[in-house]
Design a binder for this molecule. Structure first.
Ligand code: ADP
Ligand code: ZN
Length: 757
């Protein structure tokens, strides 16, 4: 790891030389060793940022200290650490180890991992200012003091009697003078300044909102109690282990998390709860905030200063529970006792930019290193989590029933191939139409899921067949009726929707396919008496809009909520009597081995939004392939049947969770050059594989489902083997000193355990 390590025979410590190992977020990444000058010996610790000389650069370069170690006389020629940039480490020793592990596992420079681990708002000190505090010099005599002018005397005496470091402004007010006497005392070195970085006080006030919902304590059901006891046993065991809580929708998992965390907190511990997107589930947030004294909710709409403020509170140990998205896995809680990953199957837990980490994997590494439990929860556990529970790597806890013995909702499949079922030309079939009318008549509420935003998903010329596409991505543009825009959903490229065909000028362009906007129009026409709201990323752009729509829905001011998968997650409204899935096949035909799993999860999760009250609930699923095993299993709420069948498919090709997969993405502005680099990497992978004698399967290079994205051509190489370590090592060796010509602007990225192919 440390390339400047001396050979062992030189290791004898002749002289007291201390070294710091430093990594950088930009190339060259290190780690490189530097000498620690005597002046910094006491203060420099791993996890701090330093300025060091690097190459021929004039200014010193920012780096992260990852280790402090003894050196020998041989190291006297190394350069010195120039300066310390932090007073205290930004992460403790355990987090530094997590960074090094992530760098190795995900094949990303450790310096870049630090940039992910420590939020940019923290690195920049957002919302802080420097404040100077004064204390009197140590050996001041009374005689010295009495010779000072009156105001200065008053200042010094006040400081001595209070014994507290005080700012110039506060001193001036207390004594009733200007700040001038204080400046003079400072010059004479009678007052000693100390500079501290502090938060603006208005940020503190901003961050302390708690809508004060009533604390409601529920009596746990037998099944919840049994689950809780097993989690508590794991917490008390003091060992690192993984628990999988498989509880059907509405089984009360959140209540179990809360009780388990209360147990951790009662022992002065703290917990992290990761959820897919907290702004979609204000209810969950409210439940935690009403049950703990100190909760920090991290979300995407936070200002940098607010984020920094919470981070500091967390690090000081003032927070009991941190709730947030995948990045919450890095929350620097000093006495972490439990990590919860709710809806662990959700794809948002995988980051799709460097470092491409999965929160489940990182949480596992962190929990095992600390000797604490990792609790995974889901109604539809990922194949990975399920497999772990079947081969002894995770302990399975089941909650097969809903609270209050509520039944699971009935699911009716509508076969869209049958004309009579489909009804007219719209998206709402005959049975769904009837069910909505019935629901509205009974004063119930309905949820309609369509996983496509926009109005029409293709804009096509019926005369020449031309499809209007994004010039930078290989994707058709989606027509948005608001403002008559055609948009690329991958890069946000937007034009006015062309009134005639751009290829042949035919005047009669057609909008095909279906998006939420079109569905909304149809629903409004078919159900003129219903109050309808649409929820997708187009209508939910403004902060707080989720919260507003959801509270209107809860209050009964909205009869029908329609939208994308945003509405499939976590909502708990007892009056939802009907859920309609407009097209269950939408995720089924993706060239991804997880397509069936995604479909099963989506249908099961959205179906779980109904039947949560005493009035029951039903689900109507529209599909062109009602016989598909994933749709069949979802319609019967049969998770076990689904995993059993799906595991057979995975086994056939050794796909995860049975084998391990990694991907290398090569992208560049010129197609032939990019492909040539991909071929070059392929050759290196093959020779690395042969050298290791491993049985890694290498697929590609092939253009991925979207061959061109944001103006760059892309090629994928897929590697597959039984052991993750073998895949990783093959890539590491193949890419060890691989370089491309900078003027070709070709990048290659390693994606370990990809989730969206
Ligand atoms: P899940 O996350 O498993 O889908 P939730 O945690 O959202 O389920 O719980 C479903 C509903 O049941 C919530 O309204 C919750 O307040 C309620 N609930 C949970 N536990 C109990 C209990 N022991 N007694 C009564 N109601 C409960
Ligand atoms: Zn595009």
């Amino acid at each position: 790891l440390f390339e400047t390590n001396p050979p062992p025979w030189e290791l004898a410590v002749e002289d007291d030389v201390l070294l710091a190992s430093i990594v950088f977020s930009k190339s060259p990444h290190g780690p490189y060793d530097y000498r620690i000058p005597d002046s910094l010996r006491e203060d420099l610790k791993p996890g701090m940022r330093v300025g060091v000389p690097l190459g021929h650069r004039k200014k010193s370069t920012l780096g992260w200290c990852v280790a402090v170690k003894e050196g020998s006389a041989a190291h006297r020629k190394l350069r010195d650490v120039a300066e310390l940039l932090d007073d205290t480490p930004l992460c403790d020793a355990a987090l530094v180890r997590l960074v090094m592990w992530m760098g190795h596992y995900y094949q990303v420079p450790a310096g870049q991992v630090f940039d992910t681990l420590i939020p940019s708002s923290v690195r920049a000190g957002a919302g802080t200012r420097q404040t100077t505090y004064f204390t009197p010099a140590k050996d001041l005599t009374d005689e010295q003091i009495s010779k000072l002018p009156a105001k200065q005397q008053a200042v010094v005496r006040l400081l001595i009697s209070s014994g507290k470091p005080t700012t110039a402004a506060e001193l001036a007010v207390a004594v009733g003078c200007t700040e001038d006497p204080i400046r003079r005392l400072r010059k004479k070195e009678i007052l000693i300044p100390e500079v501290r970085r502090e938060m603006h006080s208005n940020i503190r006030i901003l961050a302390q909102h708690n809508d004060g919902e009533r604390k409601q304590k529920l009596e746990l059901t037998e099944q919840q109690q049994a689950a809780l006891e097993r989690i508590n046993t794991a917490v008390d065991s003091g060992r690192g282990r993984t628990l999988l809580l498989h509880g059907v929708t509405g089984s009360g998992k959140t209540e179990v998390y809360i009780k388990a965390i209360e147990h951790v907190v009662s022992q002065a511990g703290s917990a992290i709860v990761m959820v897919p997107e907290i702004s979609l589930t204000p209810q969950t947030r409210g439940r935690f905030e009403s049950r703990f004294d100190s909760v920090a909710v991290l979300h995407s709409q936070m200002s940098p200063s607010e984020r920094h403020y919470h981070w500091q509170r967390i690090r000081r140990g003032e927070v009991q529970v941190v709730i947030g998205p995948r990045s919450a896995v890095f929350a620097p809680l000093p006495n972490l006792g439990l990590i919860v990953l709710d809806e662990e199957h959700d794809t948002s837990f995988k980051q799709d930019s460097q470092p491409r980490y999965h929160a489940r994997k990182v949480a596992h590494a962190r929990a095992m290193a600390l000797g604490i439990p990792l609790l995974l929860g889901s109604a539809t556990p990922s194949m990975e989590a399920w497999h772990a529970s079947q081969c002894g790597h995770a302990e399975l806890i089941s909650m097969p029933n809903r609270v209050a013995n509520r039944p699971m909702p009935d699911v009716q499949l509508v076969d869209l191939r049958i004309r009579d079922e489909r009804g007219g030309s719209g998206a709402i079939s005959r049975p769904l139409h009837a069910a909505v009318l019935e629901t509205i008549r009974d004063k119930g509420q309905a949820i309609l899921l369509l996983n496509r935003r926009g109005f029409a998903t293709t804009i096509q010329c019926p005369s020449c067949g031309h499809v209007v596409a994004c010039p930078d991505c290989d994707m058709p543009l989606t027509h948005h009726r608001d403002g008559g825009k055609a948009m690329c959903h991958y890069c946000d490229y937007t034009i006015g929707t062309p009134p005639w065909c751009p290829a042949c000028r035919f005047d009669g362009i057609r909008y095909g396919g279906l998006g939420t906007q079109k569905l909304e129009m149809e629903a409004k026409a078919k159900f003129p008496n219903a109050r309808i709201a649409r929820m997708d990323s187009d209508t939910m752009k403004r902060p707080g809009s989720h919260q507003r729509v959801l509270s209107e829905f809860r209050n009964g001011d909205i009869d029908m909520l329609l939208g994308t998968q945003m509405i499939a997650k976590g909502l708990d409204f007892p009056n939802v009597l009907l859920v309609g899935v407009i097209n269950a096949d939408s995720a089924l035909h993706f060239p991804d081995f997880r397509a069936a799993e995604r479909t099963f999860q989506l249908v099961t999760q959205v179906a779980g939004r109904t039947g949560r009250g005493d009035r029951g609930g039903r689900v109507i699923v529209q599909t062109f392939t009602p016989e598909h095993p994933a749709i069949q299993a979802a319609s019967r709420h049969d998770y076990h049947k689904f995993v059993e069948e799906e595991m057979v498919n995975r086994r056939k090709f050794n796909y995860p969770p049975l084998g391990s997969v990694a991907r290398i993405i090569i992208r560049g502005p010129l197609e032939d050059k990019t492909e040539a680099v991909a071929d070059g990497i392929l050759a290196r992978l093959e020779s690395a594989r042969d050298l290791l004698g491993s049985e890694v399967r290498i697929l590609g290079p092939a253009p991925p489902p979207i061959g061109r994205l944001r103006g760059k051509y892309r090629f994928h190489l897929l590697l597959q083997a039984t052991e993750a370590a073998v895949v990783g090592e093959t890539i590491r060796r193949a890419l060890a000193d691989f370089k491309t010509d900078p003027k070709d602007e070709i990048e290659f990225l390693v994606d370990i355990d990809p989730v969206n192919l």
